[in-house]
Design a protein around this ligand. Structure first.
Ligand SMILES: [Zn+2]
Length: 246
């Protein structure tokens, strides 16, 4: 099993939006990752990054302004998307699902049922800053899961329900040693200091999810943060069949 971190782009904004307690004048620029999990039979994309049209003009694309965005390389330039077997969405924020319309509609997506429902509920959409254009294509097969889920039936890849940031946020355990935490914590330190973004669907739930990932980290797993510029580097994060972190 192999896992590669791809950097799709960058987001720049006041730092306090993403980590409570930062000085109001501080700015941050952080990467927007996606991951490619390869097994003998599967090529699974975890999240999809930004849509180039959103990067070019978010207000025109989404109908409202967004943060300053930069494209590193859109997902189709980094992955042979025709060979993907499925796409796991950690959650429905634009920096995770924005690239979905670039992928062939034959590739199913796997998402938590409560996230998908929130993404189709107008009040929840507004509360969570979802941009439904990203996931509006109804030709694509949507596989809805409830809670923790053994994705391939062999315990090698497990979806972990880690709500709070959004209603049905999920993380992904790969092998014995790696957890793609996504936006439970934008930064590695978030698992300890709980300095979450200034917005959340449910801060208490997010704190419990952070505690869950912290326990996995303390048990020896490598937990990838959502957007930590000091931690996330493109390249292999898991290489080989042993499941051991690289
Ligand atoms: Zn994010």
């Amino acid at each position: 099993m192999k896992v590669e971190l791809l950097n799709v782009g960058w987001l720049s904004s006041p730092a306090a939006i993403w980590r409570q307690g930062e000085p109001p004048e501080a700015q941050i620029r952080f990467p927007i990752p996606a991951y490619l999990i390869e097994t003998e039979d599967e090529r699974i994309l975890v999240d999809t990054g930004l849509h180039p049209r959103a990067v070019a003009d978010a207000e025109a694309y989404y109908g409202r302004p967004l943060f300053a965005l930069e494209q590193e390389q859109e997902i189709t330039e980094q992955v042979d998307v025709d060979t993907l077997t499925r796409v796991v969405l950690t959650h429905l924020h634009f920096d995770h699902v924005g690239g979905l319309p670039l992928l062939p509609v034959s590739i199913p997506i796997v998402v938590q049922r409560r996230e998908w429902q929130a993404g189709h509920d107008p009040a929840s959409v507004q509360r969570n800053f979802f941009t439904p254009r990203d996931y509006a294509n109804d030709e694509r097969e949507v596989i809805l899961v409830d809670g923790d889920h053994d994705l391939l039936g062999d315990a090698s890849v497990e979806l972990l329900l880690t709500p709070g940031h959004t209603p049905g946020h999920q993380s992904v355990r790969v092998g014995d040693g790696l957890v793609l935490g996504a936006d439970v914590g934008h930064f590695a330190s978030t698992l300890d200091d709980h300095r979450f973004p200034s917005f959340a669907d449910d801060f208490a739930a997010q704190a419990r999810s952070a505690d869950r990932l912290r326990a996995l980290r303390d048990a020896g797993k490598r937990v990838m943060p959502g957007h930590d510029p000091d931690v996330l580097r493109p390249g292999l994060v898991l290489d080989g069949t042993s499941g051991a972190p690289r």
